[in-house]
Design a protein. Structure first.
Length: 315
């Protein structure tokens, strides 16, 4: 029986410009790690959290990692199990890169491992969504699904939950830049209109269908042409420093497409190779610095495998 396990879960890019709440993909870096141990005392406790600057709660019922693990134990009828959690944040909180999703997924995968893997990854998704609801008020799956399953994911339906893994061009790389500004997810969601014009909806449907088709057809041009958003991006762009200039610069460096990662403030661009993605990242960070804004940059292929068990101990 495993007595402890360490799990890494990846950051994710949700929405992918035109697919609000229904599209997302995982990246290789950054991500979060959870170290989980079996204990003799029943229940879930958080021993410590690093990398969060003291912002995350240690109370089990209020932390997305421990709360989602509690939901899992209740579902399995295993409340007698004792689990102790160490959460190590390696990505910014509130970055638009699925920070809470990565932590939650790492915790659920770790707990499932210590329990003997009774559930398959897809079966863990509802518990991860409960964690997302605790974190940002909405149990959407466009971060937790790709963090849990890896690759590119479409949430076809929420009721009933229907998740589809999509193919993608293996050469596709992602440039991600996180400007050091604060954009709370809850606030960003409140800016979104509850009603849209039919003509705008038709445009959006076409772009979502085009993006999914481009992934299946391995057509980078179609992917890029489809990465347009007439519903959400025009509102959220005002929260991102010099967003439209950043988009221009990304395209000048050869970006296939560009947009906001999740609710922001991170932005991302697709590139045809790692070299181009690195050039885009450097150019965007340089521009932000010229505005007096520090940033973090990441260059990554799409993460096809999702979480990783890094180590474990047996008793």
């Amino acid at each position: 029986m495993k007595s402890s396990v360490r799990v890494f879960a990846p950051a994710t890019v949700a929405n992918v410009v035109c697919g609000f709440d229904i599209l997302g993909f995982a990246v290789e870096a950054p991500g979060d790690e959870v170290l989980m141990r079996r204990t003799h005392k029943p229940g879930v406790t958080i021993r410590r959290i690093t990398g969060d600057e003291g912002r995350l709660p240690l109370e089990a019922s209020r932390n997305t990692v421990s709360a989602s693990v509690e939901f899992l134990l209740q579902h399995l009828g295993r409340e007698e199990v004792g689990l102790e959690i160490e959460l190590h944040k390696h990505m910014p909180i509130g970055s638009g890169l699925g920070s809470s999703a990565a932590s939650t997924v790492a915790g659920l995968v770790a707990a499932n491992e210590l329990l003997g893997s009774p559930l398959k990854p897809l079966q863990l998704l509802p518990f991860a969504m409960q964690g997302e609801e605790l974190a940002c008020g909405s149990g959407h799956a466009d971060n937790v699904a790709p963090a849990l399953l890896g690759g590119f994911v479409l949430i076809r339906s929420y009721k009933p939950l229907d998740v589809v893994r999509l193919p993608f061009p293996t050469e596709l790389h992602c440039a991600i830049v996180y400007p050091a500004v604060h954009v709370p997810t809850r606030d960003a969601r409140q800016l979104i209109r509850s009603k849209v014009l039919l003509k705008d909806a038709v445009t959006q449907w076409g772009n979502v269908a085009g993006l999914v088709s481009g992934l299946f057809l391995n057509d980078l041009g179609l992917i890029g042409r489809s990465m347009q958003d007439v519903l959400i991006e025009p509102v959220r762009a005002m929260l991102i420093p010099d967003f439209y200039r950043l988009r221009e610069l990304a395209h000048e460096e050869g970006a296939i497409g560009f947009g906001i990662s999740g609710s922001g403030p991170s932005v991302f661009a697709f590139a045809p190779d790692e070299h181009r993605a690195a050039a885009i990242t450097a150019r965007l960070r340089q521009h932000l610095l010229s505005l007096g804004i520090n940033s973090l940059g990441y260059v990554s292929a799409i993460n096809a495998h999702g979480p990783k068990v890094l180590s474990h101990e047996l008793v």
